[in-house]
Design a protein around this ligand. Structure first.
Ligand SMILES: O=C(O)CCC(=O)C(=O)O
Ligand SMILES: [Fe+2]
Length: 343
């Protein structure tokens, strides 16, 4: 009986994608309270606030979690403190000329090759049945890259495997962009704890003139950052990222919305038409030249924008503070949405 329960728990735990080193050593003591508080947090706003407090309170002290990758230099990397302040203030900090031009050109060339491959792959799959919808076609390439094509958005995504050592023929810069020590050291200072990278993904992306716009939202109720590299010049017509500065500082209304996301899923992180129209007026487009690295806190309210001319080529790496990798309400099954309660 006990064996059966443990077996089921083991299977569930493996499906949660909590990295194996997260509860290693003394940190294993965090697992029971994480589990209980996460379960409760899906059921009441008060418990959600308690779980949030607990995850923050134990974030910096016990968790020195780092993915064991060699050449890990983030801890000794020097960076400009002003970027940390800028993210604290606005939720986003653009760093211009973050990479040499030759490097950017090489990345651009490679992502354009992938875009070409994506279009050929789409052509081949047209009319075929597969695990896809009318809008989204997805497949795994022999080199381990996952292609994800959103037809109405004209958005092409290339997810690189983050277990690089198991993959052949990936350009060296994919690994460089995965490790990104400067960005990582900034994020570690911002969160006051270790961060992991390649979560939720490391990807290259091409955005072309399309029919559908990505609405205003935040990415997750948990903390996370994205390092967003513009690989070509992005003006108003190339679909720049848009942000509502400062919205990463949650007020009561936002905290309740985060609870709704924890309880019922990411749909709750998107806004209705009226709010979208209002944010279209208030938001700031981040237009910037090729080679700009945008560091942004993904709890900041943000949206894509329509590309109307040319294209937007980007490289994106996701980061999470160690405490967001622990068991949390999002790894438990979702419950039906609750009313917004006027908040
Ligand atoms: O493509 C964009 O500009 C926005 C994408 C976005 O929402 C995200 O990366 O989280
Ligand atoms: Fe987003």
């Amino acid at each position: 009986m006990v064996g059966k329960v443990l077996d089921r728990f083991g299977k569930w735990y493996a499906s949660c994608e909590v990295p194996p080193y997260v509860y290693a050593g003394p940190r294993a003591a965090l697992m029971p309270p994480d589990l209980v508080l996460s379960w409760l947090a899906k059921r009441s706003y008060g418990a959600y606030r308690m779980w949030d407090w607990w995850a923050n309170a134990t974030g910096g002290t016990l968790a020195s979690t780092r993915t064991p990758i060699r050449e890990d230099t983030a801890e000794t990397y020097r960076f400009d403190e002003r970027y940390v302040e800028e993210i604290r203030k606005n939720g986003v900090a653009p760093i211009s000329n973050a990479f040499p031009k030759q490097w950017i050109d090489e990345v651009h060339g490679y992502i354009m090759e992938l875009h070409q491959k994506a279009k050929q792959g789409l052509e081949r799959r047209r009319g075929e049945k597969g695990p896809w919808t009318d809008d989204q076609v997805t497949w795994l390439d022999e080199s381990g890259i996952r292609f994800d094509c959103y037809l109405e958005h004209e958005r092409y995504r290339f997810y690189f495997p983050t277990q690089l050592e198991q993959t052949r023929n990936l350009p060296k810069w994919v690994g460089e962009y995965l490790r990104l020590p400067e960005a990582r050291s900034i994020f570690q200072a911002y969160y006051g704890q270790g961060v992991v990278w390649g979560n939720p993904y490391l990807m290259g992306e091409v955005l072309c003139p399309g029919r559908r716009l990505e609405n205003w939202h935040f990415d997750c109720a948990r903390k996370g950052m994205k390092a967003f590299l513009y690989v070509n010049d992005v003006g108003e017509k190339q679909g720049p990222l848009r942000v509502l500065h400062g919205t990463q500082h949650a007020d009561e209304r936002m905290r309740f919305q985060r609870f709704r996301v924890c309880r019922s899923g990411l749909k709750e992180a998107y806004y209705d038409d009226r709010t979208n129209a209002e944010y279209d007026q208030r938001g700031t487009s981040v237009v910037a030249p090729a080679g700009t690295l945008l560091l942004f806190d993904t709890t900041t309210v943000h949206a894509g924008s329509l590309c109307s001319e040319g294209m937007r080529v980007t490289l994106i790496n996701g980061f999470r503070p160690a405490n967001s990798m622990r068991i949390n309400p999002r790894v438990l099954p979702n419950l039906p949405p609750v009313p917004t309660g006027g908040r």
